[in-house]
Write a protein that binds this ligand. Structure first.
Ligand code: FAD
Length: 566
């Protein structure tokens, strides 16, 4: 799991005297004395972020083994997959959040939480600099530093605007609970404004034009939610302006939902067409002003479209604190913080990164794949039999699902063709093949393999995996024999992180959902919507939020959505 020297360090008992200043205000006036004295003997684990990755780490971690502290600017966990439902009042914001302190209470009160933002990581002195918005009138202006032995970075990502002018000033994002609440108010404001007397029809139409930029799962789901809100609730409340409403979905690529199977993309595009949601593909937004969105298309050139409300949902970018940290650890030329398959940040010790803020380095994965081939070639002949190659590929696919997806794809046909003769027949399993040919094909895989998706599923599995590794450290110290190292010599204490894909949903409105489940099994329609309800109810972090979410759904079925502009 870790370099052996690092892990052996883990068991070195920290001298009790080193505990002073575990948590210290920046001016170092006093040790807060918040950490029990016996806890100073335990290693300090600092978790930054209480989203999917951080919370799943904390839930699984055996907190009695470490001195655990948590920092996050929000004192709750948010169930992000239901954020689009919050934008239209299908679900209330408080139903999808769980206070961090409720989660920590279940860990026996052993974990400390500070509501603050980490603005700098000092990996040389193993300190994290924090500032708290709620503490600006306190001594030290709410700034303090926290020491760590192990740092778990789980700060997520920020919306990516691609530096498009006017986006930050004029568009909504849909990333946080506050964003969803703002969108809900803004939708109602647009309706009330369009309803005012003495305004032109053109002005009413402009106010009721809702534009969503980005045809990924979030943009599509929000468009569908908004359409349902208008069709099922607002059209009854604003009958005289209901025909002036328009919803447009702008996508730079050829299609929406490109990460899904083509059948889902086709179904979604056709359904949106039937619902009157205008899908504009191959349009790239170049500027946003307070009145119009400017976009280009190879056929039309630049056009401007007036709008009432715009939501920007084109993917995620790296947070400033991570960009600064990347420079410190020699990753300044990368876009995303890179880790190895054990989630250790490349270029520094004792720091782990998981969830949306990091990615497993593809270069390391490719080195491993190359090494797997090398190890399989036990007699160094430079050849492997077809059967051995198939075993190697199966091993690779099991370790790296992202490669597995690629191997199954059509682009990978050339690679698999190497297992066939010139007439296209499968060659005998005992036939020897040149490994170099496969290595050449692998160079191609390197540039094509997609990184793990930035999803809650990946983040939660990573948090769970890392906590299990931390829990097993002591046992592994006593029984060090683990999986063989692929790179270098010796053995690892733990298996690398392996992602298990359980499928993905795309709610499309009108009580219809599309699902792409493992084994490329596709399911679309009303029954899949019920599957969606059951999965999302079961995935809630507590019985409290489960109850609240289900009762919100029932309330909506019975009374419709609330249209008040609070
Ligand atoms: P987050 O969950 O974003 O958590 C980051 C945490 O870090 C937060 O607690 C934040 O307050 C904290 N933080 C931020 N900055 C700092 C700082 N400087 N210092 C300290 N703490 C900080 N995924 C799915 O799998 N399925 C879905 O259906 C799905 N739907 C989605 C719908 C929407 C609208 C959105 C926005 C995302 C959706 N996702 C979905 C993606 C999923 O939410 C993310 O992949 C997931 O939240 C990533 O988890 P994380 O822990 O890395 O980051």
């Amino acid at each position: 799991f870790h370099g052996s020297s690092t892990w052996s360090k883990l068991l070195v008992v920290v001298a009790a005297s080193s505990g002073g200043g575990l948590v210290a205000y920046a001016d170092a006036k006093a040790d807060l004395g918040l950490v029990p004295s016996q806890a100073t003997e335990k290693k300090k684990v600092l978790v930054v972020g209480t989203g999917w990755a951080g919370t799943s780490f904390l839930k699984t971690l055996d907190a009695s083994m470490y001195n655990v502290q948590v920092i996050s600017p929000r004192n709750y966990f948010a169930f992000t997959p239901l954020l689009p439902s919050v934008t239209c009042g299908t679900v209330e914001p408080r139903s999808i959040v769980e206070p961090v302190r409720n989660i920590l209470r279940k860990k026996g009160g052993m974990i400390k939480f500070w509501e603050a933002e980490c603005y700098k990581i000092d990996q040389v002195n193993k300190k994290v600099h924090c500032r708290s918005d709620i503490g600006t009138n306190l001594d030290g202006h709410g700034e303090f530093t926290v020491d760590y032995d192990y740092l778990i970075i789980a700060v997520g990502a920020k919306p990516n605007t691609f530096n498009t002018p006017g986006v930050v000033e004029n568009c909504h994002f849909l990333k946080e609970v506050e964003d969803a609440q703002r969108i809900r108010r803004s939708v109602m404001t647009c309706f009330e404004r369009a309803n005012l007397p003495n305004i032109s029809e053109e002005e009413r139409k402009k106010n009721l034009h809702f534009i969503i930029i980005g045809g990924g799962p979030t943009g599509v789901e929000f468009a569908a939610e908004l359409h349902d809100f208008v069709a099922e609730d607002l059209s009854k409340l604003y009958p005289h302006i209901k025909n002036l409403v328009s919803i447009s979905l702008i996508e730079a690529g050829d299609h929406i939902l490109t990460m899904f199977d083509k059948r889902i993309t086709k179904f979604a595009e056709e359904k949106f067409q039937r619902d009157g949601i205008e899908v504009k593909t191959n349009f790239r937004v170049v500027k946003v002003s307070d009145k119009a969105i400017f976009m280009t298309n190879p056929a039309t050139g630049e056009i401007s479209v007036p709008y009432g409300m715009a939501v920007w949902s084109t993917g995620i970018g790296t947070r400033p604190v991570i960009l600064d940290f990347m420079k410190q650890v020699g990753q300044g030329n990368r876009r995303v913080l890179a880790t190895d398959e054990w989630l250790r940040v490349l270029g520094c010790d004792d720091v782990y990164a998981l969830g949306d803020c990091a990615t497993i380095s593809q270069r390391k994965v490719m080195e491993d794949i190359s090494a797997i081939f090398r190890l399989a070639d036990k007699d160094n002949s430079g050849t492997l039999t077809v059967k051995e190659i198939k075993d190697v590929l199966a091993d690779i696919c099991e370790r790296y699902p992202q490669v597995s997806l690629y191997l199954k794809s059509k682009q990978m046909k050339n690679f698999l063709d190497l297992l066939k003769d010139s007439e296209g027949n499968h060659v005998k399993e005992s036939k020897e093949l040149d490994i170099e040919e496969f290595k050449k094909a692998l160079a191609n895989v390197d540039s094509k393999v997609k990184m793990l998706p930035a999803t809650a599923q990946v983040a939660a599995q990573q948090g769970n995996y890392l906590a299990r590794c931390f829990n097993k450290m002591k046992i592994c110290e006593e029984h060090p024999e683990g999986p063989l190292r692929i790179r270098g010599t010796g053995r690892h204490r733990f298996h690398p992180f392996r992602y298990k894909h359980f499928g993905q949903f795309a709610p499309l409105g009108g009580e219809q959902t599309a699902a792409q489940l493992p084994g490329d099994w596709i399911s679309i329609g009303h029954s899949t919507q019920w599957l969606w309800y059951s999965v999302y109810a079961s995935k809630q972090v507590s019985w409290r939020t489960r109850f609240l979410v289900v009762s919100d759904w029932m309330k909506r079925f019975i009374f419709g959505r609330d249209s008040s502009c609070i």
